[in-house]
Design a protein around this ligand. Structure first.
Ligand code: 26V
Length: 749
């Protein structure tokens, strides 16, 4: 008989630390719970060794905290909280423990959601990645409002969930030295303990090089959306990951019949170097090159996550030849094979398909030539891939292409972060909504039930109060939970157009100050997100928002009407507090630039309306929840393309007083010294590719539609109904649905 849970913890505390739980330090308490979780997983049923598995290769995993999510999925969260209370302790003592933040943004968060969903749906999917010494930098703001970056030393409180696998180390060879890949395994626990998969993260140790060479390989997560510095190190990281993972996989399954034992999903181009590396491993075991190439074609599938041309990876041939010569040799042979095969076909755009050209290896072309499947991450995105970005491949291999609209795990983004809403939905829908998420649609039956809408509003109000409390503690800013919360939280990037968000806040500020739009409700603008450390314009935008916030928050003439806050160090854990409290989710990317977005889905599921462009998954959100229940503005896809040619932002600025007034706040000293933000001002008006992301073209319609949204908020019932419609239509955006599609249509078809 298994000991009752409370007993088990007490016994483990004695065994491990020789003392009772009451007097454990916080780090020891964390270690105790981690040990408990791991032991419970080790005793859990093993996976079926004969079943085909899938592997996710990703350079990023943006996990967040594992403490609560592991206990939650095991069904032990409430019990743990209770047992700790009984001995005078609390999980909240562990609130300062760092997130696992091995990712920059959506791409890494998607990987974490997929692992959670796969385990929860008994899909045999294991993740492979790097155990970075430092995760995504921690952000603070200097007194002038500018972003400062600090190393994320996440292991200071220990890592009770990682299990070092000394016995499964492998060697990775570079031209100039070899290193050892040391795996750490993390149990990925399915909801209700459905099944347990593994996330394997590698550290790097020296074999025949300086410790410092090995240490550098896993030291930092590269901010993907920054400059191209440190290319060689980045290449080493990518190769290190895939070589280690493939060696482990080949050792586990053997090469014989391996295509029926494993399928590997490549998360963007970062791990695409796995293709020649697998061929390399096969050839070393005496397989013919052609057989190895055809085997690779059966094993690998590729997901594209961006349409931005500058983000499609290319590696210098010389760099490859110097760093991993044997792999470069294989890429050359694949290139020869591609030329040979494609030459026989008509309608092939040879130049665009070249794997090697201009002294560079085009990783997306390598992936498209070899992989069995190629997918985009939202409908519009996949169409753009087929028609533009990868059209040269779509013409040759239309059958390889499919869409897999992204999703989010409702366990973290509803169950864990919004327990009140989850409980309410479970009661209304008569089931565990986390388990049977499609039943969330039952909520739609209550769309005219005033009582239900009122209760939804009440839950939102409680979440807003909790967020206000948290923001007061963290940011020192007092917010009004009665005001309408406009939220824009995501990586800071020009294409995401945080400038539109802050211009809107400034617009309302000026209105209130000058006595216009008095009928609009009180407003709060919440921003959050990090800029790549080398990305000058993005960092200026942060400073601008912070400066505007300071002036506006302390202007007595608009007191009580509008507040702005930029949350410091926005991360997964902060998101779990902000999202359940949002009224209006701002998704402002220029149409055709945001592949999907996943924050948009989290807001929807938590009952915010979307104020956004017709881009990425916003389109599908509107299709499901109804256009009338969201606020769409700006140019559509065709309009962006037709206007881009002859776009003159300066003319808009000079002919439109509102635009001019707002843009001038960048240089007229309204928010700081004169010319303080001339860099942004010039990027909008004066550079050769001025206003690349067409902020000014969409600004006026944005203001109009946002004003409508704010005015609508005053009618609590009608606005609450829109929120209800969004929640009730959100089941499609569960990543359970997404991973099932990958499983059925790619991994195990
Ligand atoms: C974008 C850009 C834009 C131009 C400059 C350089 C640069 C570098 C990286 C990226 C994005 C890299 C891939 C990525 O993170 N994509 C995100 O993937 C999410 C999950 O599929 C998706 O929801 C986001 O829309 C997409 O940006």
């Amino acid at each position: 008989m298994e000991k009752p849970f409370e007993e088990k913890l007490k016994v483990m505390s004695r065994e491990k630390f020789g003392k009772g739980i009451e007097i454990l330090s916080c780090d020891e308490l964390y270690a105790l719970i981690g040990a408990y979780v791991n032991e419970k997983c080790d005793n859990h049923k093993k996976n079926d060794p004969k079943r085909k598995r899938a592997a996710y290769f990703s350079i990023e995993y943006l996990i967040g905290r594992l403490l609560e999510s592991n206990l939650y999925n095991m069904g032990n969260l409430i019990l743990t909280q209770k047992s700790l209370t009984d001995v005078g302790r609390s999980l909240s003592e562990l609130n300062e423990i760092e997130d696992y933040a091995f990712g920059n943004g959506g791409l890494g968060r998607l990987a974490a959601c997929f692992l959670d969903s796969a385990a929860s749906n008994e899909i045999p999917l294991d993740g492979f990645g790097i155990r970075y010494k430092y995760g995504l930098f921690k952000q603070s703001f200097a007194s002038d409002g500018s972003q400062q970056e600090h190393p994320d030393d996440w292991q200071t409180q220990g890592d009770p969930f990682g299990i070092k696998k000394e016995g499964e180390c492998v060697q990775v060879n570079f031209a100039d030295y070899s290193v050892k890949a040391v795996p750490y395994d993390y149990h990925v626990i399915g909801y209700n303990f459905k099944c347990i998969n593994t996330l394997r993260l590698y550290e790097c140790a020296a074999v025949n090089c300086h410790e410092s060479d090995a240490a550098r390989i896993y030291e930092y997560l590269y901010p993907d959306d920054s400059s191209w510095e440190g290319k060689r190190l980045r290449l080493r990281q990518q190769y290190f990951l895939v070589s280690a993972a493939l060696q482990n996989i080949v050792a586990r399954y053997g090469l014989e019949d391996i295509e029926n034992k494993i399928k590997i999903q490549l998360n963007d181009t970062h791990p695409v170097i796995a293709i020649p590396e697998l061929i390399n491993l096969c050839v070393k075991q005496n397989m013919d090159f052609e057989d190895a190439l055809s085997l690779s074609g059966k094993i690998f599938a590729y997901t594209n996550h961006t349409v931005m041309p500058e983000a499609l990876e290319e590696w210098d041939c010389e760099l490859l030849r110097q760093t991993i010569p044997q792999v470069y040799g294989i890429i050359q042979k694949i290139n020869d094979m591609a030329i040979f095969q494609l030459r026989g076909q008509s309608d092939v755009d040879f130049n665009k398909c070249a794997i090697i050209s201009d002294g560079k290896v085009k990783m997306a072309n390598l992936a498209c030539f070899v992989c069995s499947d190629i997918n985009g991450v939202a409908s519009l995105h996949t169409e753009i891939l087929k028609e533009r970005v990868l059209s040269h491949w779509y013409n040759i291999y239309p059958e390889k292409f499919s869409n897999k609209t992204n999703g989010i795990t409702q366990r973290r983004w509803l169950g864990l972060s919004n327990a009140a809403l989850t409980d309410f939905l479970c009661r209304l829908c008569g089931c565990d909504i986390i388990e049977e998420t499609e039943k969330i649609e039952e909520l739609l039956k209550f769309k005219d039930d005033e009582e239900v809408i009122k209760q939804l509003c009440e839950i939102k109000k409680i979440n807003k109060k909790a967020l206000c409390q948290h923001i007061k503690e963290k940011e020192g800013i007092e917010l009004d939970p009665e005001s309408v919360f406009f939220v824009q939280v995501k990586r800071i990037h020009e294409y995401k157009r945080q400038l539109l968000g802050i211009f809107l806040a400034v617009y309302f500020y000026l209105c209130f100050k000058e006595g216009r739009n008095k009928e609009l409700p009180k407003m709060t603008f919440i921003f959050g997100g990090k800029a790549a450390s080398s990305y000058k314009t993005a960092k200026s935008v942060i400073r601008f928002i912070n400066n505007a916030a300071e002036v506006i928050n302390s202007d007595e003439s608009v007191k009580g009407k509008i507040k702005i806050v930029f949350c410091e160090n926005y991360n997964v854990s902060y998101a779990q507090k902000i999202i359940p409290a949002a009224d209006i989710s701002m998704q402002l990317s220029l149409v055709g630039t945001e592949a999907s977005g996943t924050g948009n889905m989290k807001f929807m599921m938590n009952g915010a309306v979307t104020l956004g462009t017709y881009d990425g998954a916003n389109i599908e959100i509107c299709e499901k929840a109804g256009q009338q229940n969201n606020y769409i503005f700006g140019m559509r896809a065709d309009e962006v393309i037709s206007r881009k040619e002859s776009y003159r932002p300066k003319e808009l600025y000079e002919s439109n007083a509102v635009i001019k007034r707002l843009v001038d706040t960048l240089i007229d000293g309204t928010f700081g010294k004169e010319n303080d933000f001339a860099h942004i001002y010039d990027s909008l008006l004066n550079t050769h590719d001025a206003d690349r992301f067409m902020v000014l073209a969409d600004l006026c319609d944005f203001i109009t539609v946002a004003t409508k949204a704010a005015a609508d908020y005053k009618n609590k019932l009608d606005f609450g109904r829109k929120c209800l419609m969004n929640i009730g239509s959100s089941a499609y955006f569960s990543s359970d649905r997404t991973v099932r599609e990958y499983a059925e249509e790619i991994w195990f078809k």
